[in-house]
Design a protein around this ligand. Structure first.
Ligand SMILES: C[S@@+](CC[C@H](N)C(=O)[O-])C[C@H]1O[C@@H](n2cnc3c(N)ncnc32)[C@H](O)[C@@H]1O
Length: 286
């Protein structure tokens, strides 16, 4: 990733921040199983010091802050100012006092060695500039034997929440062939790929768990369309390339294809994520 590409990606997340804030209630609802999976895999409990990497509009930090309670703490990080700001406003609104905020990228964490018990990232690892460096950083700042856990999306074919829109859009907009290692939603969808990154970063006992769940919310297709096309930088970019008269055609084709996921006022998409976890090696005493 060149510095220009990195800047472009962060600028896009900066625009996305307002929409991730706008839809925070729905996001919390739709992706709760991902947070529960992370909490379980990283063995998060009362009194722990947790690092959240790429916390976006605040999850999983906000949920974990209640789990660790007043004797524990959560440090939220994200490289995008707008994301940090909205997460911080929400934490204050909820009166959470064990939650701390730092604006930083995953591959350069401004924390001392072994400061945290565990580190987690929900749907952020696929956007890390240098994933091996980022996982090494996560391992550096956690205690020996502590867990790192990242949840990422499984294959596009198992995630119609995304493909229902992008497959149609890609028939209308020329998409240049993408580098499979470029930061994007499905970068770590192939089983074993993120496992390889954790192993390369020297995590031990690395395991991958497939999480099949449902993305559910009480919204109509119209609301889904608005949410998807606002929240995703990639979709915003593709929509800008459509001729004005193409947009209604694309939207109608998406609506036709996605009809079966909207029944009696409720959206319900099958979904698949991968949770990849590992532990920090203990130092051997001489
Ligand atoms: C899909 S959002 C997920 C946000 C949140 N964790 C959630 O699940 O709702 C991805 C997040 O990764 C962040 N991100 C992008 N590049 C990053 C990097 N190099 N290091 C850490 N986070 C990054 C973005 O700013 C964004 O907030």
């Amino acid at each position: 990733m060149t510095p220009e590409e990195e800047k472009k990606a962060l600028d896009s997340w900066q625009i996305s921040a307002q929409y991730w804030d706008k839809y925070r209630v729905l996001i919390a609802q739709m992706f709760t199983p991902l947070t529960s999976g992370l909490v379980e895999e990283a063995r998060i409990g009362v009194g722990q010091k947790v690092l959240d990497i790429g916390g976006g509009s605040g999850e999983p930090s906000l949920t974990i802050s209640c789990i660790v309670g007043p004797t524990g703490s959560v440090t939220y990080t994200d490289p995008v100012a707008g994301m940090v700001e909205t997460a911080q406003v929400e934490a204050s609104r909820r009166g959470l006092t064990n939650l701390h905020f730092r604006q930083c990228s995953a591959d350069n964490l401004p924390f001392a060695d072994r400061l945290f018990d565990v580190a987690v990232g929900r749907l952020s690892a696929m956007f890390f500039v240098d994933p091996v460096k980022a996982v090494r950083e996560a391992l550096r700042v956690i205690a020996e034997n502590g867990y790192v856990s990242f949840v990422v999306w499984g294959p596009k074919e198992a995630n119609p929440f995304f493909s229902a829109v992008t497959d149609v859009m890609d028939r209308f907009v020329q998409v240049p062939r993408q580098d499979p290692d470029a930061p994007e939603t499905f970068r770590f969808a192939a089983p074993g790929k993120l496992v390889g990154i954790l192993e390369k970063a020297d995590a031990k006992s690395v395991i991958e768990r497939e999480l099949n769940f449902e993305i559910e919310a009480p919204i109509s297709f119209e609301q889904f369309w608005q949410l998807r096309t606002e929240m995703s930088g990639t979709l915003r970019e593709k929509m800008a390339k459509l001729a004005p008269d193409q947009l209604p055609t694309v939207k109608q084709a998406v609506a036709d294809g996605a009809r079966k996921y909207f029944v009696r006022g409720t959206m319900n998409f099958p979904a698949q994520a991968l949770i990849v976890s590992g532990r920090k090696l203990a130092r051997i005493a001489n």
